[in-house]
Design a protein around this ligand. Structure first.
Ligand SMILES: C[S@@+](CC[C@H](N)C(=O)[O-])C[C@H]1O[C@@H](n2cnc3c(N)ncnc32)[C@H](O)[C@@H]1O
Length: 218
């Protein structure tokens, strides 16, 4: 199989879907490019469980699943019920099998996935906003409104990483400059995870980066 991630077919989605679900943009494509550059490494891990939190349209996990094939189980989570529904449709349209769950971060999956996730992908709501812009009643605001420093949602995930990831698990996180890369690296370091930038790109006013984290081996 080629080490290339093809952009999934999203022709089943229209502008009405994108009123409630994040439309793939530069950040989505940067994550796909980052993962594509990591395919040889990801294959070497022989993953059995891949998880994407915040799947939106499903573009990222579907692309990854098409590339890696049925060697592992794919779980997709989104807090937005419309996104969960759309992710299911995207998987179906592209003939891949994803387990789609509508919940907040790992939610009720925690006992099931504890120490088992070999690969985790998160393109979070990263835009710095007022906390009150994180409106649970506005599905589309949930896709971008990141609260203080754009960190509110991702900061809730970081302490869960050591619990959910397998011993050789790898975590890919998309951030922007305002999220404070150095501080994120330090937070993860406090959990004995080391990170580095694997790809970065300026897109309009946003300076996007994908960080790769692995457990510090003792
Ligand atoms: C920037 S969008 C990324 C969507 C897609 N992965 C992509 O790259 O195009 C962020 C996604 O995270 C979801 N999300 C926000 N907060 C979440 C939470 N607490 N738990 C799970 N998903 C969340 C949003 O609904 C949205 O679909």
């Amino acid at each position: 199989m080629m080490d290339k991630i093809e952009t999934p077919d999203l022709s089943h989605l229209n502008s009405t879907d994108y009123e409630n679900v994040y439309e793939p943009a530069e950040d989505s494509f940067l994550m796909l490019d980052a993962l594509e550059s990591e395919i040889p490494f990801i294959k070497s891990l022989k993953p059995t469980i891949c998880l994407e939190i915040g799947s939106g349209s499903g573009i990222v996990l579907t692309g990854l699943a098409k590339c890696l094939g049925s060697c592992c189980a794919y779980f997709s989570i989104d807090i937005n019920p419309h996104a969960a529904q759309v992710t299911r449709k995207t998987a179906c349209k592209n003939s891949v099998c994803l387990e789609v769950v509508n919940c907040d971060l790992v939610g009720p999956l925690l006992p099931q996935i504890q120490n088992k996730v070999d690969m985790l992908v998160f393109n979070p709501p990263y835009v710095p906003t007022d906390e009150n812009e994180i409106d649970p009643l506005s599905p589309i605001a949930l896709s971008w409104a990141g609260g203080f420093r754009g960190r509110t949602v991702m900061d809730r995930l970081f302490p869960l990483i050591p619990q959910i990831m397998s011993p050789s698990g790898v975590f890919y996180l998309l951030i922007v400059k305002e999220n404070d890369e150095e501080d994120i690296l330090n937070v993860m370091k406090s959990f004995s995870w080391r990170g580095s930038v694997i790809i970065e790109r300026k897109a309009g006013r946003e300076f996007l980066k994908v960080l790769k984290f692995e457990r510090v081996k003792v």
